[in-house]
Write a protein that binds this ligand. Structure first.
Ligand SMILES: NC(=O)c1ccc[n+]([C@@H]2O[C@H](COP(=O)([O-])OP(=O)(O)OC[C@H]3O[C@@H](n4cnc5c(N)ncnc54)[C@H](O)[C@@H]3O)[C@@H](O)[C@H]2O)c1
Ligand SMILES: O=C(O)C1=N[C@H](C(=O)O)CCC1
Length: 269
């Protein structure tokens, strides 16, 4: 049997970074070959196992992305938009699979990532869980079945540290609802209502973001009709869910041609 695929985790000290490192270390299908943090971070030069408060694992945290990617088959990246755009370029250069969980990407970031995908497979999703990706499918299906007599509202809740809103997942759900209705999300999106907003517009899709405490991630799509309502809901209770999905994506993409993929492709939904 050949060597197991080597994985680099970016944003090693982050909430997701640490979860990804644990998931790779516990896996019998992959091995951890590198960990990245931003320049100047106090984990640089330390063994990542001891930096996380445990035993040594023989992987030193670095800020040299290209050197680390050159030793890897895949990069698991849950960091921040500017870092992810740079990592897409470098992972493509190293011909390594790039799994992107980072949310809050601007359209121009996504365009740059698309260019990098000409050289290596990139799997990008605002949510790596099976349940949420199934919820996306169900949302599209319900939105196709119901007309604009039903008002669609998407409500999401996350921990107090989250920096982007609406969440990447909420945007995936909104895109699915818009697709089901055959409309363009950008033209029907209602975000951040405040003040004298006027009555709700028929056919619009509303977004509300709640932030607080240690909520891992909750999403609800509600179709409000006259005298009835339908609610589709997902609750994540453990970040390991996203890390397992990311590793699954990295292993799946080893056999794929360069290009852009999402979790629907990975999960075969
Ligand atoms: N797709 C999913 O399933 C999913 C799940 C959870 C979180 N996320 C997303 O993942 C991202 C990270 O979330 P988090 O809660 O772990 O955030 P976090 O702030 O805890 O971690 C981000 C880490 O990235 C590091 N970082 C930033 N710039 C860097 C650079 N240039 N080089 C190396 N490291 C760098 C930071 O130092 C930090 O350690 C967010 O965009 C979040 O929305 C996605
Ligand atoms: O903790 C976060 O941040 C999460 N971000 C993703 C999103 O924006 O949807 C997925 C859920 C957790």
């Amino acid at each position: 049997m050949g060597e197991l695929p080597g994985i680099v985790v970016t944003g090693a000290s982050g909430r997701m970074g640490q979860m990804l490192i644990r998931t790779v270390l516990e896996s019998d299908k992959a091995r951890l070959v590198g960990c990245l943090e931003r320049p100047g971070h106090d984990w640089i030069g330390r063994d990542v196992g001891t930096a996380m408060g445990g035993a040594e694992v023989g992987v030193t945290v670095t800020d040299d992305a290209l050197e680390a990617f050159a030793r890897a088959q895949a990069v698991l990246d849950f960091t921040a938009p500017a870092a992810t755009v740079e990592f897409a370029k470098l992972a493509a250069q190293a011909r390594a699979v790039h799994v992107i969980g980072t949310t809050g990407l601007a359209p121009e970031d996504i365009e740059k990532i698309g260019k990098a995908a000409h050289h290596a497979p990139i799997v990008r999703a605002g949510n790596m869980s099976l349940g949420v990706n199934l919820l996306v499918r169900l949302t599209r299906q319900v939105a196709t079945a119901l007309d604009a007599d039903f008002d669609i509202e998407i409500v999401e809740a996350h921990h107090r540290h989250k920096v982007d809103a609406p969440s990447g997942t909420a945007l995936m759900l909104g895109a699915a609802a818009a697709e089901g209705r055959g409309v363009d999300l950008d033209t029907v999106s209602d975000r951040g209502r405040d003040g004298i907003t006027g009555a709700r517009e028929r056919g619009h899709i509303g977004f509300s973001a709640v932030r607080g405490g240690d909520v891992v991630g909750e999403h609800e799509v509600i179709f409000y009709g006259a005298g009835e309502r339908i609610a589709l809901r997902h609750m994540a209770t453990d970040r390991a869910l996203f890390a397992r999905g990311a590793l699954k994506a990295a292993l799946w993409a080893q056999d794929q041609a360069p290009g852009e993929y999402d979790m629907m492709d990975v999960l075969g939904l």
